[in-house]
Write a protein that binds this ligand. Structure first.
Ligand SMILES: CC(C)(COP(=O)(O)OP(=O)(O)OC[C@H]1O[C@@H](n2cnc3c(N)ncnc32)[C@H](O)[C@@H]1OP(=O)(O)O)[C@@H](O)C(=O)NCCC(=O)NCCS
Length: 216
């Protein structure tokens, strides 16, 4: 299910850096410590959080909400009705969409479908996200994948069309677990514990992970 846009927290301090070749239209809200690089265009209605990085040649539409610490690599267009939660990574030249069945001669501006990318997810280089789906928290979309279905949290999705081939930890390490059934696994890098059950993977809560999990 697609959630409505989250409200913008107040007070919103706009203390960001923007390259002289980039344009942020009047009204755009951009959080502190966000960096905007060459030839990027932010539309007036966009809301971008703190500590983000928007690379070269990025476009951000009016009805776009971007959380904190989001990284958007070069040549990515974030179209209307896309929401990126905190810590999302958009690889270079990856593609969002917002019209499912576009025709040049027919206006479909009232038919935009929402895309929601949950916190911590990675969208690999040159992947395509067909609109109307939700990408779960910390899911990992491989380079070049074509995603046209909801993706579970922590899922590793590869191919055209993308299929789940495994699980990735919050840190971005492959977890040795089956796709279904039950199991437990420890991230080889962080030591965090994960539990698989009923087809879903969950990060077991510790005092360290509590903060990270509270919005998942
Ligand atoms: C998915 C990824 C993390 C590799 O994960 P991995 O678990 O180490 O996978 P491996 O390299 O061991 O490959 C396992 C299999 O998946 C295949 N594979 C790996 N990445 C793939 C991809 N993106 N699409 C399709 N197949 C892929 C491999 O060819 C291999 O297939 P095989 O078993 O038939 O030989 C990596 O390939 C990837 O796509 N990273 C994203 C890079 C990116 O976009 N960076 C952006 C910032 S520059």
């Amino acid at each position: 299910m697609i959630k409505p846009y989250p409200p913008t927290p107040e007070p919103f301090i706009m203390d960001y850096s923007i390259h002289p070749t980039a344009i942020a239209d009047e009204g755009a809200q951009i959080g502190a410590d966000t960096r905007i690089w060459h030839w990027t265009h932010i539309c007036a209605g966009a809301r971008i959080g703190r500590g983000c990085s928007l690379g070269q040649g990025v476009y951000v539409g009016n009805r776009v909400r971007i959380g904190d610490r989001v990284k958007i690599q070069n040549n990515v267009s974030v179209y209307d009705n896309v929401t990126l939660e905190d810590d999302v990574f958009c690889g270079p030249s990856m593609v969002f969409t917002n019209v499912y069945n576009p025709r040049s001669a027919i206006s479909r501006k009232d038919d935009y479908r929402n895309t929601l990318v949950r916190r911590g997810a990675t969208l690999g280089a040159n992947c395509t996200i067909v609109c109307g789906i939700e990408i779960g928290a910390h899911a990992f979309i491989g380079a070049g994948a074509l995603v046209n279905r909801d993706c579970p949290p922590f899922a590793l999705m590869l191919g055209v069309p993308a299929r789940q081939v495994g699980w990735m930890s919050r840190f971005g390490e492959r977890l040795v677990l089956p796709l279904t059934g039950d199991g437990e696994c420890v991230c080889p890098h962080t030591g965090e514990h994960y539990r698989l059950g009923d087809g879903a993977l969950a990060l077991l809560e510790t005092s360290d992970t509590k903060e990270l999990r509270k919005d998942d």
